[in-house]
Ligand binder design. Structure first.
Ligand code: SAM
Length: 369
């Protein structure tokens, strides 16, 4: 078992499972759509066609509304016939087949919004340059940047670095997220066309609370129980963790200078927003605790089952143990249902016009990262 790094992260649970169980992510996206529409009202549209990149698409369900909105806005300005190229990117292990089926089958597919809309995909980590310099007019990026490019440490006493009992773990997560944010921005600065804009939405935290205290704690209790019962080894218990970290407002702004500029990108907007827990209103209505546990289990499995599977010893029955872990998690959640108050960070950036003039193919010096 090797330490996880960006390229070896397995992505989300495939086969349509992420699409079905990503309502929580969708709820935050719905909340920021008005800001996205607003940002696109005067985005530069210079070429004979428009290129929209979707960085970290997973199976595509949650990309349909923002990409549809972008197409509608640019076509209202540049003419209904302007061709649009939409490039979805994700890790190589992503279920791109489901993405392409979603584009054909979903009633919400942006491809049903008109002719001359061309979808394609790239299976490669965005911690590399993955598109030609100056080629992206509009970029959407939701719910990916809470994932770190690599797991900086292994925490012996918890599975979610941001609320580890150890200062050195929390610090390592903060530092990794700082580095990753700079690297991501610098690379996108190469790819964006002058005047192009990008919205990033990712897991964040509140002023006095992380927001994700309860749910990781329930999962950690399950891991410990399974370890005590001999279902997980010492090494597996050490390795199991969720390689994520939130970014607060200071962290979002940190790379940008006094003028709000970093690596040829200008920060147009930075905000932390409280995000809905879609499972709680349903529980309040029905009082069905086991359904509440199932909903949280499916969300957690959709996002974390593949990564946990890679952290287990492959010689054992990994799938059965991962299933067991999440069944126990559902049962625990159902014992005392609670609302989760969580937060998202939002950053909207624009590539400064002058940064795109001349030959920018070399991009910034990434040795700093
Ligand atoms: C929670 S899903 C978000 C999917 C979708 N954008 C949404 O809003 O529902 C996170 C996605 O980010 C992708 N991801 C994580 N790290 C990445 C990287 N280094 N390069 C490309 N994609 C990455 C994962 O594979 C996964 O599909």
């Amino acid at each position: 078992m090797s330490k996880l790094s960006g390229a070896s992260l397995p992505g989300m649970t495939g086969g349509g499972f992420y699409n079905l169980h990503s309502t929580l992510q969708d709820a935050a996206i719905r909340k920021v759509l008005p800001l996205w529409r607003d940002a696109l009202k005067d985005v530069a549209i210079a070429g004979r066609f428009v290129t929209i990149a979707d960085y970290g698409s997973s199976e595509g369900r949650n990309s349909m509304a923002p990409i549809s909105a972008a197409i509608e806005i640019v076509r209202a300005r540049a003419g209904a016939q302007i061709p649009v190229s939409v490039i979805h990117t994700d890790l190589p292990g992503n279920d791109f087949s489901t993405l392409f089926r979603t584009l054909i089958e979903s009633d919400d597919s942006y491809q049903k919004k008109g002719a001359e809309i061309y979808a394609s995909a790239i299976g490669r980590s965005y911690f590399e340059q993955i598109l030609p310099a100056n080629s992206v007019d509009i970029a959407w990026n939701s719910w990916t940047l809470q994932w770190m490019s690599q797991n900086p440490v292994e925490d012996p006493d918890f599975l979610f670095g941001p609320n580890s009992p150890h200062e050195w773990v929390r610090e390592a997560v903060t530092q990794q997220q700082e580095k990753d944010w700079r690297a991501f921005l610098s690379l996108r600065s190469i790819e964006l066309a002058p005047g192009g804009r990008m919205l990033c939405l990712f897991g964040s935290k509140g002023d006095s609370t992380l927001g994700w205290e309860w749910i990781p704690e329930v999962l950690w209790n399950v891991v410990q129980d399974m370890w005590r019962q001999g279902l997980l080894s010492d090494e597996e218990k050490l390795r199991i963790n969720l390689p994520l970290g939130p970014r607060d407002l200071d962290a979002i702004r940190q790379p940008f200078d006094q003028e709000g500029v970093f690596s040829g990108l200008r920060l147009l907007r930075a905000e932390i927003l409280q995000s809905p827990d879609p499972y709680w209103p349903a529980f309040q209505k029905t009082q069905n605790a086991s359904q509440f546990g199932e909903n949280w289990k499916n969300f957690m499995k959709a996002v974390f089952a593949p990564v946990v599977r890679t952290q287990l010893d492959p010689s054992g029955d990994t799938s059965a143990r991962v299933d067991e872990m999440f069944e126990r998690f559902a049962a625990e959640v159902a014992v005392s249902p609670r609302e989760t108050q969580h937060y998202v960070g939002l950053a909207i950036v624009e590539k400064i016009d002058s940064a795109g003039s001349g030959d920018n193919r070399q991009g910034p010096d990434l040795r700093a990262f």
